[in-house]
Each structure stands twice: as structure tokens, then as C-alpha cells.
Design a protein around this ligand. Structure first.
Ligand code: GLU
Length: 469
């Protein structure tokens, strides 16, 4: 490859970063990184109503959470409009574009005719060769592209292979509207050229646009970038991913407690493969990624698999990292201001907690007991478990544990086992009421870890709160 690879992600701001868009961005980013090139971001914000600052910020926020920040400045398409208009003028000057004065009625008639003949509406070229001196008075014209009408166009797509379209399928698309504003089709091509994009990697819903865009590039004498149209993401039922399948925005996955590196790993595997490898680091993905590994058929979103991968990343993660990640979830769950003391406790409990949780939300739920205030509110199962026998047992446990000299996991283990033997109870029969009293629920990390992390004073107080002499 002679020139440096430049890819771009070109989302239209719609309020969130779509999960499919995130995967496109990831593929663009990986391809650029793999080839030592650049990954750029262009926000296609020409639709003034939808393109709010909030919507733009949501895209940047989602990309930064996933670690997919662009190289160089973000390009805002709306800021390039004067230049797009200028290019339309150049096309007019070169004879590759012309003014069209068709009225609304004439266009409606064309549409009607197409409908009657059961074919898609195509502009019939009324003004393609007509002399502009025949232009009606007072009609603001649109500018149309003079598309080739004969022959065919072939795109050697890096994912779809060679795709050919007959040129008579393309009508003369509008480049500038009657109010002088450029259309999406013109803007995309001009921006891709200006940004020096060498590889356009995007959803295959844009494949048809590629043929129109191809001719715009060549009419301007610009090099046509390579195309790679990646299949869209489908839901588990095989239909195009939509709201009814679940969350669409990356922010929602973040709120559901997925780690960004796990979501990223999952998304790379969605439509691209490297043998049977399921779990790999970003560095490995950069090393392995190439467009020839992209699968041609639509990928199905599999929530169970995502959860599985997330669970794996959680178990492998550093305790301190998970503590940092889970604190906002814990605050949301409990309303308690999680101070540094709690963070230290959380960190200590993490080895036991992370084994059981598949998401940060689950992790926060299982860590709730750490920040709970005495006397603890017991959940239904814990309440049921703490019958009067169990409560009197707890009173005896308090006495037994009160005598432990060193509050360590080993000596607590020793003391509780000795207590069980003396009471002729299986270990579980001792551990269960303890867990209920210490955590307010019947699941928790190992009981010695719980005792140890809570500390002597808090543990004995929580047990005493539930004990009956
Ligand atoms: N803005 C378009 C979209 O969000 C993408 C355009 C492109 O990638 O060429 O679908």
C-alpha cells in the first residue's frame, strides 16, 4: 500500500452512540491501527434539528469510554458546507452537474408514474440536456449530478467482493437543494476526499450509495477510496437489531454494568473472527485484525455471550480497577456516599465478590452489605432463615467469635469450625445464619472473607443486632 491508511467513522448524531455504530468505529479503528494509519471522526451534523450538542457529546463520550478516540481534530460536517457548495459549482463548471427546474407537480407526476409501473422513483432527466434559457421564471433550481447512463460500475469491496451495478439504475441525484444547501451524498464525498480517507469502512446499508459516490469522486478527478461494507448487526431472532431486542445505545450497556474492554472484545468478535479465539486483548485484536476476516453474513447479537465475556473480564480484572468501576453503581444502588474507607473495604472483599458477578450491577448488589447501615434490613430469604433457633445460635456465635484474639481469615476459620463441632452442626448450618445477619441476604462471598472485611467491631455488632439470648 503506497499511502498511509486513513479510516473514518461518520456517525449522524441521533442522541446516542448506536451499538452497531460502535462496532463500525471499532473496525475502522482496528484497521487503521493494524496498518499504522489514522482513524478519524466526522460528525455528520447537517440535520440541524437532530444534531444537538447533547447528541454530539454522546458520541464522543461513547467512543472515549470504549477507548476509540480519533486521531486529529473531529470534523463537523456542518462547518464544511460552504466548501461543499463550492464543489457543486465546480461540477457545474465542468459539465458534470446541471440546474433542474422541475416543479413539485412534475416530480409528483414522475413519482406517480413510477408507482403505477411498480418501479422505484427515478428522476427522468427532464433538465439534463435542456437549455437553461428555457428555465421558468421565479423557480429556484436544484443542482443535479450528471450520472453516467450507460455501462456499469464495479466496486471491489474489501468485504462484499466485486459488486456491479448497471449505470441505468442510477438517476441524476440532487447535489444542492433549491435553498442552496448541499445534500448528504455530496457532503460525504467531499469530506472523505478532504480528510484523505483511503478506506471507507461502514455498514452495508450504504453499499448502494457507494455507486453514486464513486461517480462523484471520479467526476472531480479524485481517487476513489477502497470500500468495505460490513454486514449489519441482527438481533438473536435474525431481524435487524432494533429497540425491541434491547438496548441500542452504548451508554445503556455501560449502565447495565459491562466493562468497556469486555464490550469491545465482544464487538470485535461480532462479524469478525480469528480462528476460535473468543477472548483477546485490544493489542491482539490490533495485531490480528484485517478486513478479510470480516464475515459476509449478518452477525447476531448474543446477550448471553456478552455476559459471559464480561464475567470473564471481571474475574481477570485488578481488584482496584473493579473497585473504581463499581463505586458509581454502588452509590446508585444504596444512595450511600462511598468514602475512601468503604473503597478500601471493597477492595479487600473484591476477590470474593468478583467471582460471582457477571456485571458491575450484580457486583454492586453483592457488595451492598459492605456499606449497609446497622441494624441491617434483611431481605425475605434472610428473614426466613433467621428463625428463633438461628437467632439463639447467633448469640452463641457472638460469644465464640468475641474470644478470637486475632481477627484474621485463618483464626476465624479455626474458631468457627471449632464452634460447629462443639454444637454438632455442619458448617453450612453455622455459616447460613451468619451470612444472613452480616449481609442481610443469603448470598455473599465466603463467610470468613465477609467477617474479615467487615472487621471485628462491625461484624460482632451486626451479629448481635440479630441475636436473641
Ligand atoms: N452518517 C452516516 C450514518 O450514520 C454514515 C455515512 C458513511 O459512513 O458514509 O449512517
Amino acid at each position: 500500500m503506497s499511502s498511509k491508511v486513513v479510516t473514518r467513522f461518520a456517525p449522524s448524531p441521533t442522541g446516542f452512540l448506536h451499538i452497531g455504530g460502535a462496532r463500525t468505529a471499532l473496525f475502522c479503528w482496528l484497521y487503521a491501527r493494524h496498518h499504522g494509519g489514522e482513524f478519524q471522526l466526522r460528525i455528520e451534523d447537517t440535520d440541524k434539528e437532530r444534531s444537538t450538542d447533547v447528541a454530539k457529546a454522546a458520541i464522543l463520550d461513547g467512543l472515549s469510554w470504549l477507548g476509540l478516540m480519533p486521531d486529529g481534530d473531529v470534523v463537523y460536517q456542518s462547518e464544511q458546507q460552504a466548501h461543499h457548495v463550492d464543489v457543486a459549482q465546480q461540477l457545474l463548471d465542468k459539465g458534470h452537474a446541471y440546474y433542474c427546474y422541475c416543479s413539485k407537480e412534475e416530480l409528483a407526476e414522475m413519482r406517480e408514474k413510477a408507482r403505477a409501473e411498480k418501479r422505484p422513483m427515478r428522476y427522468d432527466g427532464t433538465w439534463r440536456d435542456r437549455d437553461p434559457s428555457e428555465a421558468p421564471e421565479g423557480v429556484a433550481p436544484v443542482v443535479r449530478f450528471r450520472a453516467p447512463q450507460e455501462g456499469s460500475t464495479t466496486i471491489n469491496d474489501l468485504v462484499q467482493g466485486s459488486v456491479t451495478m448497471e449505470n441505468d439504475q442510477l438517476d441524476d441525484m440532487i447535489l444542492l437543494r433549491a435553498d442552496g444547501t448541499p445534500t448528504y451524498m455530496l457532503s460525504v464525498v467531499v469530506d472523505d476526499h478532504d480528510m484523505g480517507v483511503t478506506h471507507i469502512v461502514r455498514g452495508d446499508d450504504h453499499l448502494n450509495n457507494a455507486f453514486r459516490q464513486y461517480h462523484l469522486f471520479t467526476s472531480m478527478g479524485w481517487e476513489v477510496p477502497e470500500y468495505a461494507h460490513i454486514p449489519l448487526i441482527h438481533g438473536p431472532d435474525g431481524a435487524k437489531l432494533s429497540k425491541r431486542h434491547g438496548a441500542l445505545g452504548v451508554d445503556a450497556y455501560r449502565d447495565m454494568g459491562y466493562l468497556p474492554e469486555a464490550l469491545k472484545n465482544y464487538l470485535v468478535r461480532l462479524g469478525w473472527g480469528h480462528g476460535d479465539d473468543e477472548i483477546f486483548s485490544t493489542e491482539q485484536a490490533v495485531e490480528w485484525f484485517d478486513l478479510d476476516g470480516v464475515v459476509k453474513s449478518a452477525a447476531r447479537f448474543d446477550f448471553t455471550k456478552l455476559e459471559h465475556i464480561n464475567g470473564h473480564y471481571m474475574r481477570e480484572a485488578e481488584d482496584s480497577y473493579l473497585t473504581e468501576q463499581v463505586i458509581p453503581f454502588l452509590v446508585a444502588e444504596t444512595g450511600v456516599d462511598v468514602s475512601e474507607d468503604y473503597a478500601a473495604m471493597l477492595n479487600q472483599a473484591m476477590p470474593g465478590l468478583k467471582e460471582r458477578a457477571k456485571t458491575l450491577v450484580e457486583l454492586a448488589k453483592s457488595a451492598k452489605f459492605l456499606v449497609a447501615k446497622r441494624p441491617l434490613e434483611l431481605d425475605e430469604k434472610a428473614l426466613k432463615l433467621l428463625n428463633s433457633d438461628a437467632r439463639t445460635l447467633l448469640a452463641r456465635v457472638v460469644t465464640a467469635l468475641g474470644g478470637v484474639s486475632e481477627w484474621s481469615v485463618d483464626s476465624l476459620d479455626e474458631a468457627l469450625r471449632a464452634f460447629g463441632e462443639a454444637e454438632q452442626l455442619k458448617f453450612g448450618k453455622v455459616a447460613q445464619p451468619l451470612r444472613a445477619a452480616l449481609c442481610g441476604q443469603t448470598t455473599s462471598p465466603g463467610i470468613f472473607d465477609v467477617l474479615y472485611v467487615l472487621g471485628r467491631e462491625e461484624s460482632l455488632a451486626r451479629l448481635a443486632d440479630q441475636a436473641v439470648q
